[in-house]
Design a protein around this ligand. Structure first.
Ligand SMILES: NC(=O)C1=CN([C@@H]2O[C@H](COP(=O)(O)OP(=O)(O)OC[C@H]3O[C@@H](n4cnc5c(N)ncnc54)[C@H](O)[C@@H]3O)[C@@H](O)[C@H]2O)C=CC1
Ligand SMILES: O=C(O)[C@@H]1CCC=N1
Length: 276
């Protein structure tokens, strides 16, 4: 089995991973892509040198890792498409949100299955990917998955039961954080700043905060303490955020995401995908 990775589905997260892996020095010809119409794979082939393969069976043959990167509502059909092409000595890594590894293993009997929740910052090699061992996956299979994802950011491992919440916090995290940056910038514009100035300052605020938090041992409270002069503007702004229930609103946002995930959950029992 080669070290090649084949991506089934060439949308947004595959793009981010291919960009990050190639930037990390992985030879582009070790990345293969299959997409439903071929268009998504061709774009990544032209941009990053990924190998574009038309038929899933040809793409999967001989690859070490089969990465399933389709939307949850496409997963049952994609699993049917590749059933029969995946062999026992390959590792299946499913990125599909809301899709339990038992459903993947039922559709693809034999190979070990690992579920992974990356975030889009893998594109710039500062992502975080959370792994969970599924059927047949032990320490060797987790180590193989970790070797792939650690090239593009940090890696953690949790039990699969936590992955719905992890997807909401970490997978969606960059979008939730960008939403706050937009709100900060819009608030600056409402106070009279030129839009270009507000956008630069809001984006730099988050870069600065990320850099401070990256310092060993620095917590969010350390950053807050370092900024908020007693009785000053920051305290007034933070008090107003609390008064408007921002922490509660963030909790409500994660709850909405997790509830959606459970509502569309794909499990072997609920959605049998094996057989013909
Ligand atoms: N975008 C993100 O930041 C993250 C996404 N995920 C998960 O990764 C999965 C993919 O997400 P995105 O890339 O954002 O979705 P996407 O919708 O951008 O890409 C999915 C691609 O798969 C293709 N596809 C569908 N069925 C196929 C089949 N049978 N064979 C080959 N290709 C097929 C579609 O044409 C589409 O281009 C989802 O399950 C999502 O929940 C997980 C963590 C983060
Ligand atoms: O929006 C979604 O459903 C996926 C899961 C986490 C990030 N993207």
């Amino acid at each position: 089995m080669s070290e090649d990775i084949v991506f089934i589905g060439c949308g947004r997260i595959t793009r981010a991973l291919v960009q990050g892996l190639v930037a990390a020095g992985r030879p582009p010809h070790t990345l293969r892509g299959v997409s439903r119409t071929g268009a998504g794979a061709r774009v990544l082939g032209a941009e990053f040198g990924m190998r574009v393969v038309a038929r899933a069976e040809d793409a999967i043959s001989g690859a070490g890792v089969v990465m399933l990167a389709v939307h949850p509502h496409e997963a049952v059909s994609a699993l049917k498409d590749i059933a029969g092409a995946v062999s026992t000595d390959q590792l299946v890594v499913s990125l599909v949100a809301s899709c339990h590894t038992d459903a993947v293993a039922e559709a693809l009997p034999g190979p070990a299955v690992v579920r992974a929740v990356p975030n889009v910052a893998v594109a710039v090699r500062t992502g975080v990917t959370v792994l969970s061992a599924g059927p047949g996956a032990g320490s060797d299979e987790l180590a193989l998955a970790e070797a792939v994802f650690s090239a593009v950011g940090q890696v953690a491992t949790v039990p699969e039961g936590m992955l719905e919440t992890v997807s909401a916090l970490s997978g969606a995290g960059p979008a939730l954080t960008a939403y706050f940056v937009k709100a900060l910038s819009a608030a600056g514009v409402a106070q009279g700043l030129p839009i270009a100035t507000a956008e630069v300052l809001a984006a730099q605020a988050i870069r600065s905060t990320a850099a401070l938090l990256a310092e060993e041992g620095t917590t969010p409270d350390d950053v807050i303490d370092a900024v908020a002069s007693p009785g000053g503007m920051t305290e007034a702004a933070l008090f107003a955020l609390g008064e408007r229930g921002v922490p509660g609103a963030v909790g409500h946002a994660l709850d909405a995401a997790v509830r959606l995930s459970f509502g569309r959950r794909i499990t072997a029992a609920a959605h049998p995908v094996g057989g013909s």
